[in-house]
Design a protein around this ligand. Structure first.
Ligand code: GLC
Ligand code: GLC
Length: 651
């Protein structure tokens, strides 16, 4: 029955379709539209069905998809068809990513081309370029305050530079990931300017209010993202004489997705970047897309409906393009961004694994794997055709977003444990060599997050400054250990630029008035290419780290069980310092790799009998794929050196 409503609407739409569209050869487009329209209509109606202009909006939606399909370059259409045939293509273990700022890694987009061989040398074949759309000259939240969604910021280059880079990357079989900032615009965006001038159409693109009444009601249940620098969630605009919702910074105006025009505009933006050659779009702050009075305005059901609708529409026009959800939320909420109530991923195929990231930092600070094991045990299983983005550091701060219940089960008191972690990672704790900085400390709630580069957080900066060779060795081992985790866990590993050569905290942001109040800039470095040269000189830190990661990447690519088909089994072992899991081939049970990680500064033992279904191996029966040697086994007890790991296979 319900299908018939959508059939008849689709027929009406196609009957009225504008001549510039119906004259074109759109066979594949119509096939996909037919297949997806039932879902598209259902979602669109759920979100906007009660509006009198619903049919016109639906017409506009379909025309937007069609026009973007017409504009899609043939080469990309071909790629779409290939990826449809091989629809699990991105679950393969061959993908290894790196995230970077174009102006930090290279000079600009053009100069990026000269550095592509650097990625290839390391084994990286997916590059996430942080926001490059036009943004204000002063503060722009690192490009996340966009003032024009279709223009490349002149500091990065031109649209043509981007197209050339995308083409070159494609020819080298590298994937390009770009940001689309869906949740807000800069207050310098044309829509904001028009709203400011009093245009009601554009005021309706945002959440604007004449008085404090509604903002005050919202504030009762909303949280604060940047409590120190941007307290509250609304900003008074003098010119507009209205309050506007600004969840992040005061110059980032939240878009109003209650308005279908906003949805259609942003879908158009998504498809626009898909057509420039992006293989993957990172959708920023997706948890925040829907605002509802009386709620925290995060993870609302409608935010999921919006993402599902975006995905269904994108599947019609550019089915080869994937979405990454940037939803740094509770473990139980994150997996919903693969598709709430779905079987196969139908929102975002990829999501940041912030849970693993935070748990890894817990293991570093505690030198054990108690909470790491507990937290991963409770990480919900993913949908099919969904995968994690596993990372240690990114451009943002580290939030200790794990569940209090897990902290208790691991044997700690939540508040005291979180305090300890912050103190440890910021170096306030006795004997801690970490050099993180507290970020977004909230004196009302006692919460804090942490900034700092990977190398500085694991104590490398301390070691170099104090000339402590032993501490230096430990720091390098920890860097490699953490990388071994994201490379074997299941999902796409995402390195962060500079970490592959041990880049330390960069204090230069303190001299820039536009950055000084945001210490995330301490870990958004300018790559020092002279330092990077040292990766070729054995004995240097750069060499140790770069070649260590490179080696692991090479091995990862050869091990089929490292592909992500929900083929990981956590192994609970008696020793709390170890994190142990098995990666297996679902079709062939003896094809498997046992990953054993020791987060302690002392060598540890693992009784192989503890490893159910593995068990009973004597010296000579297990092989470490990483060192290409047999590990030490004494009387059925495996020995794991401090801050080390194995990738074990049966001989
Ligand atoms: C995302 C970005 C972060 C930014 C925020 C607001 O979380 O990763 O850097 O501040 O969105 O756009
Ligand atoms: C996003 C993330 C949050 C992060 C913030 C700023 O809101 O969800 O974890 O701290 O951006 O970096």
């Amino acid at each position: 029955m319900y299908e018939q409503i959508s059939h008849s609407l689709l027929n009406d739409i196609l009957n009225q379709i504008k001549p510039d569209i119906y004259k074109k050869d759109l066979r594949h487009f119509y096939t996909r539209l037919g297949a997806n329209f039932y879902a598209i209509h259902g979602l669109f109606a759920k979100l906007y069905g009660n509006r009198p202009d619903f049919d016109q909006q639906a017409q506009k939606l379909v025309e937007t998809m069609a026009r973007k399909y017409i504009k899609r370059p043939d080469e990309l259409k071909q790629l779409d068809l290939e990826r449809e045939r091989d629809h699990n293509w991105f679950l393969h273990q061959k993908w290894v990513g790196m995230a970077l700022y174009v102006n930090g890694f290279a000079e600009d987009l053009k100069d990026m081309q000269d550095h592509l061989s650097y990625f290839q040398e390391l084994g990286v074949n997916l590059v996430h370029i942080m926001p490059i759309m036009k943004c204000p000259k002063g503060q722009s939240d690192g490009g996340y305050a966009v003032s024009d969604f279709r223009e490349v910021d002149e500091r990065a280059g031109t649209l043509e530079d981007l197209q050339n880079l995308a083409k070159e990357m494609r020819s080298r079989e590298m994937l390009l990931a770009l940001d689309v900032v869906l949740n807000h615009t800069s207050d310098e965006h044309e829509w904001a300017e028009k709203a400011r001038e009093g245009d009601p159409t554009y005021q309706d693109y945002y959440y604007t209010f004449e008085s404090r009444n509604i903002p005050d009601m919202f504030e009762e249940s909303m949280l604060e993202v940047f409590p120190e620098t941007a307290p509250g969630n609304f900003t008074w605009d003098e010119k507009m004489q209205r309050w506007v919702m600004t969840v992040f910074n005061h110059n980032q105006w939240d878009l109003n997705y209650n308005n279908p025009a906003v949805f259609i505009e942003m879908l158009d933006v998504i498809l626009y970047w898909a057509n420039q050659g992006a293989d993957i779009l990172r959708l920023d702050a997706v948890a925040f897309l829907w605002k509802k009075l009386g709620s925290t305005c995060q993870n609302e059901h409608e935010a999921h409906l919006i993402l599902q609708l975006m995905k269904d529409c994108c599947q019609v026009t550019a089915p080869g393009v994937l979405f990454i959800a940037e939803a740094i939320v509770a473990p139980s909420e994150v997996t919903k961004y693969f598709g709430e109530d779905a079987v196969i991923a139908k929102e975002c195929e990829i999501a940041y694994n912030a849970t693993l990231m935070a748990l890894l930092w817990d293991a570093v600070a505690t030198k054990n794997a108690k909470l790491l094991t507990q937290g991963i045990k409770n990480l919900p299983v993913k949908l099919e055709r969904a995968t994690w983005l596993n990372y240690i550091r990114c451009h943002d701060d580290i939030g200790l977003g794990f569940d209090d219940k897990d902290i208790i089960q691991a044997g700690y008191e939540p508040q005291a444990h979180r305090r300890f972690l912050i103190d440890y990672l910021t170096g306030r704790f006795d004997n801690s060599h970490a050099r993180g900085l507290p970020f977004a400390e909230n004196f009302k709630t006692g919460d804090s997050r942490i900034s700092g580069s990977l190398a500085s957080l694991v104590g490398l900066q301390y070691a170099i400054e104090s000339g402590d060779i032993e501490a230096q060795e430990s720091a390098v081992k920890l860097i490699l250990l953490l990388n071994s985790m994201i490379l074997s866990f299941g999902g796409i590993p995402l390195l962060y630029y500079g970490d592959e050569i041990g880049t330390l905290n960069d204090d230069s942001y303190l001299d820039d008035p536009d950055k000084v109040n945001d210490n995330r800039w301490v870990h958004r470095p300018q790559i020092d290419w002279e330092k990077a040269q040292k990766r070729h000189s054995p004995g240097t830190i750069e060499y140790e780290i770069f070649s260590g990661i490179k080696k692991m990447i090479t091995i990862r690519k050869e091990i089929n069980v490292f592909a992500d088909f929900n083929n990981r089994e956590l192994v609970d072992v008696g020793n709390p310092n170890l994190f142990v899991f098995s990666r297996f081939n679902p079709q062939k049970s003896n094809d498997r790799v046992l990953v054993v990680a020791n987060f302690n500064d002392k060598p540890q033992k693992l009784d192989l009998e503890d490893v159910t279904s593995w068990g009973s191996y004597a010296q000579g029966q297990l092989f470490d794929l990483h060192t290409r040697q047999q590990p030490e086994i004494y009387n059925n007890t495996l020995v794991i050196p401090s801050f080390s790991f194995y990738w074990l296979r049966e001989m």
